[in-house]
Design a protein around this ligand. Structure first.
Ligand code: GLC
Length: 728
């Protein structure tokens, strides 16, 4: 075995084959077969000067944390006391898959895929007590142990349930929690890939892809927090959003014309429910053609946007990637002229999406991304505030795109099978750049499909859920999982997208939804109307109170988003993230932490008027009554108008009061400190609009409250200060 060191990369060769071990940081080791794809996360950007030593005689590499043994080109990672951390399972996988019978296939039963090819899978030994987390939006509980998954972005309208192996997003990152240590694996491969977390065997888990490279990162961390932080160091974090994006957002596929929108705004005003953003779904376009506006239904679009803007309400429009194949339609014509679309056998490839026959822009090309980004100006010139990217798995109604559809890059061609999972990612990059270049404000992009790293460009929603209790239940573990996968700025369709909601479900969903960074009610076009005023006065009252609470909590949420930008930690967290030694938290799917110090226990079962809650160690107080609550399990009263939520003693929640629109952050001059005992917090403030904060234009306050006395220390002073800071 020969060891060849170049900078922080060690090539280990047996004469005919090589494996590459890169010491990316103290905690991150990259293991690769050396096959280069253009779509790898750019580990070279991280400047590493970690010291290591090659022990050639022992076929190993020693860092200050790990002993990396390379035997027969198999890379095993141990700690310095020679305890195994990430060690290969060297026997073959014994598949337990049963082929479905012909009869089962005829009635449409799910047919299991053929056995996995051993050669391509990376098999790692694990203990009976290990837990698995992450892997993006996969439906089900957030502990993934016992399940197998596939990463292949898919537009799935059937209710998302734990038996589904893949839906819209592909995030090939997961965390392994062993009894005495934690680590993550990021499999840097964009092809369709497989993950088996002790579904096949209790002795090992495996992951891999039939195509592309065997290239993965071992990401260590003392706790789950450090693993997530290290993973996002590698793939990126969401930059701070504009403040208005944290306001209440209303959407529906079915606001068909200007009148519908004016009526909607009027009704929100009438019922005094704060409204920050209205979404326009595909109906605003002319025949579902991206970058057009229906003259018939939206004849005075610009006026509509500015009338709403005068009330502080922003418009966000949907954009689909599928471009209608129609000569004379300018986007199609320009794209054809400049070879912007995917091809097959030398011809532009067509499939069917909303506009009918459609073609697919090749976003893997920087030239195409620039073109697409500039197309957005059409909407921005009209005053649109953000872009909602949908159908970017990419969706196709006439069967899946064949693997060999060609997507041209700038100087190279790629096959669909390689770029499918990153199609949405590059569409978001194009959109983000387009928005940024337009006015330099923090871009608001919302996307359904994505890959690892898309968090740098976009906010996420969980796609087409249904108005069913199973889906309000899913909203908790799904958002937890997205957060553990680096996607912190997320939300679900409040009320449910498909199927018909009920009053009770909507009330419970808004109680949960106000804690999502994206707080948006959205519904499908053939479903029951679900704006809050579609039900009775009680619904309006509950809804309004929740939305107002959301506005009050905005400064706290904004702080959490700043924390995410700096550390990669999510907003919606499993209890386990901060109570790793408490086994009760390991499978807790029906309550979550909103930042470290707020605990939210939503009611997610029909008819329940109380909730079985679990309070971890420490002093905790009811948010509303400020009464101390007992540790451990208890039954808590939760009538329909109540969301059980608790705050840890010693915490200050920075809040607004009577700020029910976030359009002018610079006009918000009062801050209220909601204190839970003698307490302390660091509070971040900036113009919440552009990127000046990156040039020191921000404030960092340190508040300390003892008794009723507030002491404020400015840790950084670079922005206009609040005029008044009061204890609530
Ligand atoms: C997709 C989206 C949904 C949208 C609809 C129509 O189903 O997921 O949110 O309303 O398309 O554009």
């Amino acid at each position: 075995m020969k060891f060849n060191v170049k900078d922080n990369c060690i090539e280990v060769s047996n004469g005919s084959k090589s494996i590459f071990v890169t010491i990316v940081t103290e905690d991150i080791i990259n293991i690769s077969d050396g096959i280069k794809s253009d779509f790898k996360q750019d580990k070279d950007k991280i400047k590493s000067n970690v010291k290591f030593e090659v022990l050639e005689k022992e076929n190993s590499i020693k860092t200050n944390k790990f002993l990396i043994k390379v035997d027969n080109l198999v890379v095993d990672i141990y700690d310095l006391k020679n305890n195994p951390l990430c060690v290969n399972y060297q026997k073959d996988i014994v598949s337990k898959k049963i082929e479905a019978s012909e009869a089962a296939k005829i009635v449409g039963h799910v047919v299991d895929e053929a056995a996995i090819n051993n050669e391509n899978m990376i098999k790692i030994k694990t203990s009976k007590d290990s837990l698995f987390f992450g892997l993006g939006d996969k439906p089900g509980f957030f502990n993934r142990r016992g399940y197998e998954y596939v990463n292949q972005n898919a537009d799935v309208f059937d209710p998302h349930l734990e038996n589904m192996k893949n839906i819209y997003k592909s995030v090939p990152f997961f965390i392994v929690k062993e009894p005495n240590f934690n680590y993550g694996i990021f499999f840097d491969n964009t092809y369709k890939s497989n993950f088996d977390f002790c579904y096949t065997s209790e002795e090992y888990y495996f992951f891999g892809a039939e195509k592309g490279s065997k290239d993965y990162y071992f990401i260590f961390g003392d706790g789950l927090k450090d693993v997530v932080s290290n993973y996002t160091l590698l793939t990126g974090r969401s930059p701070l959003p504009q403040l208005w994006t944290l306001g209440y957002q209303q959407s529906r596929w079915g606001y068909e014309n200007e009148n519908d929108v004016y009526k909607l705004v009027e009704l929100f005003e009438y019922h005094k429910v704060p409204l920050e953003v209205v979404y326009l779904d595909i109906d605003y376009m002319e025949a579902y053609k991206s970058f057009t506006i229906s003259k018939e239904r939206f004849p005075n679009f610009k006026k509509l946007v500015s009338d709403l803007k005068a009330k502080g309400i922003k418009i966000v429009t949907i954009i689909d990637p599928g471009v209608k194949a129609e000569k004379g339609y300018y986007v199609y014509d320009e794209g054809i002229e400049n070879n912007c679309f995917a091809t097959i056998d030398g011809e532009v490839y067509e499939n069917v999406v909303w506009p009918g026959d459609s073609v697919y822009p090749s976003y893997v090309s920087a030239k195409v991304r620039k073109w697409w980004g500039e197309k957005i100006n059409f909407l921005l010139d009209l005053g649109v505030a953000g872009i909602w990217n949908d159908m970017n798995e990419p969706a196709s109604f006439k069967g899946p795109l064949p693997d060999d559809v060609v997507f041209s890059g700038d100087d190279k061609q790629y096959l669909h099978e390689e770029v499918h999972n990153i199609y949405g990612h590059y569409m978001c990059e194009a959109t983000y750049e387009g928005l940024l270049n337009y006015d330099g404000k923090r871009p608001f992009v919302l996307t359904r499909a994505c890959f690892s790293g898309t968090q740098k460009y976009s906010t996420f929603w969980t796609g087409d859920n249904h108005s069913i209790w199973a889906h309000i239940q899913l909203a908790i573990p799904q958002q937890i999982s997205l957060g553990l996968s680096g996607l912190a700025v997320v939300g679900t369709d409040i009320g449910g997208f498909g199927s018909n909601t009920t009053k009770e479900l909507l009330c419970r969903w808004i109680q949960l939804g106000i804690f999502s960074p994206l707080c948006r009610n959205h519904a499908g076009n053939s479903t029951r109307l679900q704006e809050p005023y579609q039900f009775d006065q009680e619904t309006i009252d509950i809804y309004k109170e929740m939305v107002e609470l959301r506005y009050n909590l905005t400064p706290y949420l904004y702080n959490l988003l700043k924390e995410h930008e700096e550390t990669g930690l999510p907003v919606i967290r499993p209890l386990l993230m901060h109570y790793e030694n408490d086994k009760n938290t390991y499978n807790m799917n029906d309550q979550f932490l909103f930042g470290e110090n707020m605990l939210v226990c939503p009611v997610v079962n029909q008819g329940d008027r109380n909730k079985r809650i679990y309070i971890p160690e420490g002093d905790w107080y009811d948010y509303f009554t400020k009464k101390k609550v007992p540790n451990g399990y208890s039954i808590y009263d939760a009538p329909l108008n109540t969301i059980p939520m608790f705050v840890k003693g010693g915490t200050i929640i920075p809040e607004y009061k009577n700020v029910l629109n976030l359009d002018n952050p610079e006009k918000i001059e009062e801050l209220y400190l909601n204190c839970f005992g003698d307490s302390k917090c660091v509070h971040y403030q900036d113009n919440a609009t552009d990127f000046k904060y990156q040039n020191n234009e921000y404030n960092l306050y340190e508040f300390t409250v003892k008794g009723n006395k507030l002491t404020t220390k400015m840790l950084h002073n670079g922005y206009k200060e609040y005029k008044s800071i009061k204890i609530k």
